[in-house]
Ligand binder design. Sequence first.
Ligand SMILES: NC(=O)c1ccc[n+]([C@@H]2O[C@H](COP(=O)([O-])OP(=O)(O)OC[C@H]3O[C@@H](n4cnc5c(N)ncnc54)[C@H](O)[C@@H]3O)[C@@H](O)[C@H]2O)c1
Length: 395
Amino acid sequence: MGDPRKTVRAGIVGSGFAARFHVEALRKVYGLQVEMTGVYSPTTQNCRRFARETGLTPFSDLDSMIAASDIIHVCTPPSTHETIGIQTLKQGKHVVIEKPFTGYFGSGDDTFSGDTFNRSTGLERARRSVQNLLKAEAESSGQICYAENWVYAPGIQKEKEIIEKTGAQIIWMHAEEAHSGSHSPYYGIWSFSGGGSIMGKAVHPLGAVLYLKQVEGLVSQGRPIRPVTVSARVHSVTRSDRYRDLGFIKRKYTDIEDFGAMHVVFEDGMFADIFASELVLGGVHNWIEITANNHRTIVNINPNDSMKSFNPRGAQFDDIYVVEKIETKEGWSNISPDEDWYTGYQAEIQDFYHCAVSGSVPQSNSLLAADTIRTVYSAYCSAAEQGKEVKIPQD
Ligand SMILES: NC(=O)c1ccc[n+]([C@@H]2O[C@H](COP(=O)([O-])OP(=O)(O)OC[C@H]3O[C@@H](n4cnc5c(N)ncnc54)[C@H](O)[C@@H]3O)[C@@H](O)[C@H]2O)c1
């Protein structure tokens, strides 16, 4: 629990989709006081609108907002995470970095294409970016809080308890994140996003499987069990001339894949299969199945059947939030009555603020972030060779 007399000052970078759910979650933190310092975003108009709507103070300069805060939330495109993260840590402040942690965003020249660049270069550069962030953390009094909400989803936390109390060995996990396409204009352009479905979506289920093997390792051997190899395939379905577009699935991608599959092997020889895509109708599809030597668990983050509702006329639910990325509200819906809770957003922010006050390390921390990115870019190397097994760097 925190200390209700302590005040932690929060600054938000970015004024888009993620910035909003961070502010919502900050309003519900308990056990300590959160003071929202303000918001900084280079799109001045959006920043002012966001500030007006949330009651936050707009900052025109990031350094001043960092100086006035204890924790900075990086809710910006992945290509900016390294710079903002290091800028924050250099001032000795904690930094919450949204997924994906960091990556490779190209050579910076106009001829760069996510379809054709050398994947080994991508892995090396992403690895260096990870190292830069880890070095900045090691030299700072602040720490990295990696915003992987799947770690904090109630089902994953319950599975953590099962592993810890029964000493389970996880043999195989399969997991998926998919929906029918992202809203962000930056998402489909590799130089902003650092990749497609594997980078933008698979990082969530990958984060969960890496986390659960960490938990198992801490129980069984006093240190995390880490991923050692990956084999992967990617496809770009909606950019294919042979794809027949009927208007249901988004397809505004410039140079990223819209499907990815990864087979990850851990140091104990056990494994996980992860799928991610922009191709699935019916709302966001986030699930994980865990096969252990003493139990089996299925966690349906979204959809789940905690609430089902039949609506004979779609328009009736126009101003009712049903579930993320659902295409229609007509007929039966699996309503998520408290989606932020099911997806782990609330518990994630609570853990980060508790750690800021207590000095403990968050469950979703820089090791998890680093292993996720090393696995992602090793997966891109594998996919370039049609699924050849690739070693994941351990540094
Ligand atoms: N955990 C999740 O479930 C989840 C969901 C959505 C997005 N995200 C992540 O959150 C991050 C932001 O995504 P989003 O959907 O909010 O995008 P968005 O496009 O809605 O918003 C991005 C914001 O970043 C700002 N920005 C751009 N460049 C900047 C810079 N150099 N410095 C400061 N601000 C800058 C933009 O002005 C904009 O306000 C991404 O890393 C994304 O992957 C996570």
